[in-house]
Design a protein around this ligand. Structure first.
Ligand SMILES: Cc1cc2nc3c(=O)[nH]c(=O)nc-3n(C[C@H](O)[C@H](O)[C@H](O)COP(=O)(O)OP(=O)(O)OC[C@H]3O[C@@H](n4cnc5c(N)ncnc54)[C@H](O)[C@@H]3O)c2cc1C
Ligand SMILES: COc1ccc2c(c1)CN(c1nc(C(=O)N(C)c3cc(Cl)c(F)cc3C(=O)O)c(Cl)s1)C2
Length: 470
């Protein structure tokens, strides 16, 4: 229960950025009784016709669902998502091989980005102590005073003062700009050479063109495509390819030639005309990885979501990690009784190692998939993962299982993965050594009569020689 004096000095929390993490964070802070003001540069997307998002749909998994559950939104969002129980690997020959994500209840959800954002904004608005300010672009702010200046569409500016500023303004955060000017602020960003382009796969006779409850993947080493299902029975296909490869394709015929060569089974499903047209609708988008620390300045400002850690999408964790930021921060608010200086410092100490770990993991997976992951290798690796997990369920847990289906701290999941690899490699080494030692012991103990020892290759050779002898 809040004491009367606390009631009078209600603290004001400004959330800059009304995207996925900002909208969710507004619910977390409003639930705690703070006065929440959300400032979003775009117009209210709930009134906009179409929303230019980065990816049309996203994979929501355990970490993200736990955050939604915390503000009572899990059921609603899950009911508007499509479960994906397995990956469906498409080989070059068009063969489809399913690989389950885990046991029965272990599935991920394909959710529509714009719809998720709208639902979270609407939920934030249901709190009487929350106000959404659209068409407010943060231009500058002071770490000393907590004073912020916003630019309106007509060019006018508006100042606002807050007790706590939460920077949720994405990978190109304006809040983070002030951090960059301060000493001992670590920052790195990496654009990867791949870009991504989204293409739509329409329904066929009102039905999904492919099996809907799967994350469809066409792994082709340098190139890769994935497809996630949408509620309107379309699939959103995301093509990943180096920019220089995108640039080589300049005509409709070259698009078809390219798909004919790498993704032949998708041509009839996406449609040749649609491919020719949609490929040139928008240029391929860039993907950036941002790592920084600390996430806070004093007791005044803290970064969350992509503003703190933009990750390449090759683990489907960016939003899930940003949503988990909100739970971790909330847990620390309880531990330190909402004392912002103590909370922010502890948040950096706890969260930086984990967000850096998932950023590294996603980049590692990008490099791994680009290097040598085609459909056979992908299938082989996942089978080995699942077999070892089946044989030693408590010792070997696949990395993607820890990342996607548990709230194991990201950096602990990576440490465990390294340990498991050592155990497996040592195990393989010993069993190989055992086989060699055991085998040679048998040969020494009772050596075979060398004349009788004819290998299949030798048999074949003898037959060939016999054939040639006139
Ligand atoms: C191709 C692709 C696929 C992805 N797939 C997945 C997936 O499957 N699963 C997953 O978990 N994640 C995925 N992600 C990552 C996910 O999209 C991001 O992690 C997530 O959108 C981060 O949310 P955010 O709110 O931190 O940032 P954003 O979603 O970028 O929101 C930032 C908000 O701040 C606003 N803003 C920016 N600057 C200002 C300013 N100066 N003043 C006021 N407002 C401002 C923006 O308008 C925006 O609304 C994917 C990303 C890409 C690119
Ligand atoms: C909307 O745009 C995008 C773009 C990329 C992704 C998603 C949505 C959703 N993504 C998921 N990745 C995993 C995962 O853990 N790994 C290792 C995988 C990584 C890749 Cl790249 C892949 F193709 C399959 C798996 C797999 O295991 O299925 C999930 Cl689990 S969900 C990647």
């Amino acid at each position: 229960e809040r004491s009367p004096e606390r009631q009078s000095k209600k603290k004001v929390v400004a959330v800059v950025g009304g995207g996925l993490v900002g909208a969710l964070n507004a619910c977390f802070f409003a639930k705690r009784g703070f006065d929440v003001e959300v400032f979003e540069t775009r117009e209210d997307i709930r009134q906009a016709k179409i929303v230019k998002g980065r990816s049309i749909n996203l994979a929501l998994s355990h970490r993200g669902r736990q955050a939604l559950k915390h503000v009572g939104m899990e059921e609603k969002i899950v009911s508007q998502g499509i479960p994906m129980h397995a990956r469906m690997i498409h080989s070059l020959s068009g063969k489809q091989s399913p690989i389950p994500y885990g046991k029965k209840g272990q599935y991920i959800l394909s959710v529509d980005r714009a719809n998720l954002n709208k639902e979270l904004l609407t939920e934030a608005e249901t709190y009487p102590n929350t106000k959404l300010n659209f068409d407010h672009k943060l231009q500058d702010w002071s770490a000393e005073t907590g004073l912020m200046t916003f630019v309106r569409p007509d060019g006018s500016t508006e100042d606002f003062q807050a007790d706590l500023i939460v920077g949720c303004d994405g990978a190109f955060s304006a809040i983070r700009k002030q951090f960059l000017r301060r000493s001992r602020f670590n920052y790195s960003q990496t654009y990867i050479p791949h870009g991504y382009m989204e293409l739509t796969m329409p329904p066929i006779n009102g039905e999904f063109a492919m099996k809907p409850n799967y994350l469809h993947i066409w792994p082709r080493n340098t190139f890769m495509m994935i497809a996630l299902p949408n509620m309107d029975k379309t699939f959103t296909c995301t093509l990943f390819m180096p920019f220089e490869e995108f640039e080589k394709i300049t005509t409709g015929d070259e698009v078809i030639e390219f798909f004919q060569r790498y993704f032949p089974d998708t041509i009839p499903l996406i449609g040749a005309d649609a491919l020719r047209r949609d490929y040139f609708r928008l240029p391929a988008q860039a993907m950036v990885s941002v790592k920084c620390s600390p996430y806070h300045i004093g007791g005044t400002c803290v970064l969350m979501g992509d503003a703190a850690h933009a990750v390449v999408p090759f683990y489907g964790q960016g939003m899930n990690a940003g949503f988990e930021d909100c739970i971790v921060f909330d847990e620390i608010m309880d531990q330190f009784n909402e004392d912002f200086s103590a909370v922010l410092q502890e948040y950096t100490r706890v969260r930086v190692p984990d967000d850096h770990a998932i950023a590294d993991l996603a980049m590692y997976n990008y490099i791994e998939m680009r290097a040598h992951v085609n459909s056979k290798w992908f299938l082989f690796k996942k089978y080995v993962d699942n077999l070892l997990h089946f044989l030693m369920p408590r010792t070997i847990v696949p990395l993607y299982t820890m990342v996607t289906f548990t709230r194991t701290r990201y950096h602990e999941a990576v440490e465990r993965w390294h340990w498991q690899n050592k155990v497996i490699n040592r195990g393989l080494l010993f069993s190989a050594a055992g086989a060699v030692l055991g085998g040679s012991y048998m040969l020494i103990k009772n050596p075979p009569d060398i004349n009788k020892l004819v290998t299949p290759a030798e048999k074949m050779w003898d037959r060939l020689v016999a054939l040639r002898t006139p």
